[in-house]
Design a protein around this ligand. Structure first.
Ligand code: NAI
Ligand code: MG
Length: 331
């Protein structure tokens, strides 16, 4: 496997080394290609990402990514939006599942749902006109873009409980009528039962009754917001992994950002990134390794080896050390 590794900014520089230590513990045949991208690089060189970086990424099988800082500067080209678009990774898969010994806002832990977020268009189209008095961002919904994410979600739902919830705001934004219609058709074609909810009341229902949901498909911005919100259900943002999947490329990253408020203190929770590595291993077909990694994480949590955000006393690197040592006893 040729793996591009991007630490990025802030806590990205702390959680990616943990994921690599964990990966190394398996002794798999992996060629790592490190790339420096993001805000730090922009400050140093004036470019957060270049065409050469994209070419390098395209030469790899997959990417492991930490997080980047993105300033609201109109001249700053977002690294993530650029990569997701250039590599056409249209599906952002965000599984939400409680881990052992860790509770979120509910006592019940019998929920396990997946947000399938459209990743290349919607309000993150990048088509903007920024002016002194009026600024606009274009929300783009296409039939092609909607169909491929709907098909992905419908297939996923078919492999689970056959339940698909389409989340939209078509009552106000008519562009979502296209998204909704395409999703309904795709679900029906796949033999899956679709239901749909307006995003505002859906947010309320999801946070109150997460056990009512299984596969959720939605547009770019809604998926972004609903996934961070879901962090409250499982115990924190430091626990949410994600995969960006396209026809050719795959890209794995924690849901959280560069967390400047805690960066540089070796207290960031590395599990979101380690769980993203688990998704990478599964995507690559290394199922035995993924299983051992899950065992390692469960064991660390059951022993109270966790970072302060989960109420623990361990540092980022101590969690990494525990996981790597556990894996070495199992491979
Ligand atoms: P954030 O996700 O970086 O942090 C939100 C809160 O969660 C903070 O209180 C932070 O300390 C906490 N947190 C995040 N990751 C954690 C971890 N691993 N362990 C423990 N606590 C953790 O979001 P925020 O503060 O809104 O954005 C900070 C920067 O990150 C911004 O520049 C933003 O543009 C960027 N960002 C980058 C993303 C990416 O690279 N994928 C995603 C989201 C934001
Ligand atoms: Mg986000």
């Amino acid at each position: 496997m040729k793996l591009a590794v991007i630490e990025g900014d802030g806590v990205g520089k702390e959680v990616i080394p943990v994921a690599l230590e964990v990966l190394d513990a398996f002794g798999l045949d992996v060629e790592k290609v490190p790339l420096e991208l993001g805000y730090g690089r922009w400050e140093r060189t004036g470019a957060a990402i270049t065409d050469e970086d994209i070419d390098l990424l395209k030469g790899c099988d997959c990417v492991l990514f930490g997080a980047v800082t993105t300033p609201p500067d109109p001249n700053y080209k977002s690294v993530l939006l650029t990569i997701r678009k250039e590599l056409d990774m249209y599906a952002n898969i965000r599984p939400i599942r409680p881990l052992p010994s860790i509770k979120g806002i509910h006592d019940r832990t019998d929920f396990n749902y997946i947000i399938v977020r459209e990743n290349t268009e919607g309000l993150y189209s990048g088509i903007e006109e920024i002016g002194e008095d009026v600024s606009t961002t274009k929300r783009v919904i296409t039939r092609k873009g909607s169909k491929r994410i709907a098909d992905y979600a419908s297939k996923l739902a078919g492999s689970r409980t056959n339940k698909l919830t389409i989340v939209h705001k078509s009552n106000v934004m008519k562009s979502d009528k296209l998204f909704l219609d395409v999703c309904r058709q795709s679900a029906t074609d796949a033999g899956v039962t679709p239901s749909d909810e307006l995003v505002d009341s859906f947010a309320y229902n999801l946070i109150r009754n997460p056990w009512n949901y299984d596969v959720i498909v939605t547009t770019n911005l809604f998926g972004d917001i609903l996934s961070d919100m879901s962090g409250a259900l499982v115990g924190g943002l430091g626990l949410l992994p994600s995969a960006n999947i396209g026809e050719k490329y795959a890209f794995f990253e924690p849901v959280h950002g560069s967390a400047p408020d805690i960066a540089g203190r070796n207290i960031a929770n590395p599990l979101a990134t380690v769980l993203s590595l688990k998704m990478l291993l599964e995507w690559h077909g290394d199922m035995a390794e993924a299983g051992i990694l899950e065992e390692a994480i469960d064991t660390s949590l059951n022993h109270g080896i966790c970072t302060p955000d989960l109420g623990g006393k361990s540092s980022t690197s101590e969690v990494g050390e525990f996981l790597a040592n556990y894996i070495k006893t199992r491979v």
